[in-house]
Design a protein around this ligand. Structure first.
Ligand code: ZN
Length: 313
């Protein structure tokens, strides 16, 4: 007699296969808690296949993991930002997976050209081990970390998701763009003299709320400079993190703004209940699901920035 798979078992099998869409070309490179999943051949393979240390792994793949581990040790080990692998929101998550994908595919999936994309949804069955949970982001196969800080940007999104559910663009993208300065210096810092005006002027505020990445130069950098928040990256870290070709991950040891950003994230976390109540969500749980990008959050986030700004005066 022919055996028929019970529907429930079939569903379980389908879910498992759907959760592990590993490609036959897929290779996994591990560096600590970071797993980079890439195609060794084909159109999604890294565009630069240089392998200076002849270990069979393209250098850009190792360099992506190195940049993320460097950012991790700086932000979490040194500067006390919330750790995505040790926080309330992502309990039980033990690793971070990075999918390397062709630029065409990322553009197709998102409708825009992106070099990276981070997710707040946990991968319940990680690709490298279906029994482990992972956070994940995507990086385009065109990215060379020696010239591109997209891995730091995407990793910082995971820090933001670990810190607060607020997800308005000028905050999420603007502050993540700021974080890139840890490994790739902007040419010229703003003087920060116009911060008072931005914090106290409705027109400026409205302009800010419409921004995304541009909020970094409009608000976050000026705020960091204005508040004189300048830290030195320890030489231990500067010396430790190098790309395969020997060049340093941290271009110098100056970093503006980490204390201001960390405090802002802390204050934002404390305002989630207030946001939920004032925007008439049933509770903070519903707000976290449906309201985290609500336009009405803008004013609340701005109040958080003001609170941090005024606390240091
Ligand atoms: Zn981003």
């Amino acid at each position: 007699m022919k055996k028929i798979l019970p529907a429930t078992l079939l569903t379980v099998l389908l879910v498992i296969f759907a959760a592990v869409p590993m490609n036959v070309n897929a290779a996994v490179y591990q560096q600590g808690v970071i797993y980079v999943i890439y195609d060794a051949t084909g159109e999604a393979a890294p565009q630069n296949m240089t392998d200076l240390n002849s270990n069979g792994v393209p250098d850009v793949i190792e360099d992506i993991a190195t940049q993320i581990n460097a950012a991790r040790e700086l932000f979490n080990g040194e500067l006390n930002f919330p750790d995505p692998l040790n926080c309330e929101r992502f309990q039980g998550v033990t690793s971070i997976e990075i999918d390397i994908q062709s630029k065409e595919r990322m553009t197709r999936d998102n409708g825009k050209s992106f070099t990276g994309m981070a997710y707040s949804k946990v991968r319940k069955n990680s690709k490298h081990n279906p029994n482990e949970q992972a956070l994940h982001f995507r990086i385009a196969n065109t990215v060379d970390p020696r010239r591109n800080s997209a891995p730091t940007h995407e990793y910082f999104h995971l820090i933001q998701y670990s810190s607060t559910y607020f997800q308005n663009k000028w905050f999420v993208e603007g502050m993540a763009r700021w974080s890139q300065d840890a490994v790739s210096k902007i040419n010229k810092y703003p003087d920060g003299k116009n911060v008072e005006q931005i914090l106290n002027n409705e027109t400026e505020e409205e302009q800010l709320f419409r921004k995304s990445y541009g909020a970094s130069k409009f608000l976050w950098y000026p705020l960091a400079v204005n508040m004189n928040d300048k830290v030195t990256i320890p030489s231990r870290l500067v010396n430790k993190y190098r790309y395969v070709d020997g060049s340093p991950v941290f271009h110098d040891d100056v970093f503006y703004g980490p204390n201001v950003m960390r405090k802002t994230l802390q204050v934002m976390k404390s305002k989630e209940e207030l946001a939920a109540a004032s925007e008439q969500y049933a509770n903070v749980g519903e707000w976290r699901q449906k309201g985290r990008g609500d336009a009405r959050n803008n004013k609340i986030i701005m109040d958080c920035v003001r609170e941090v700004y005024n606390s240091e005066k």
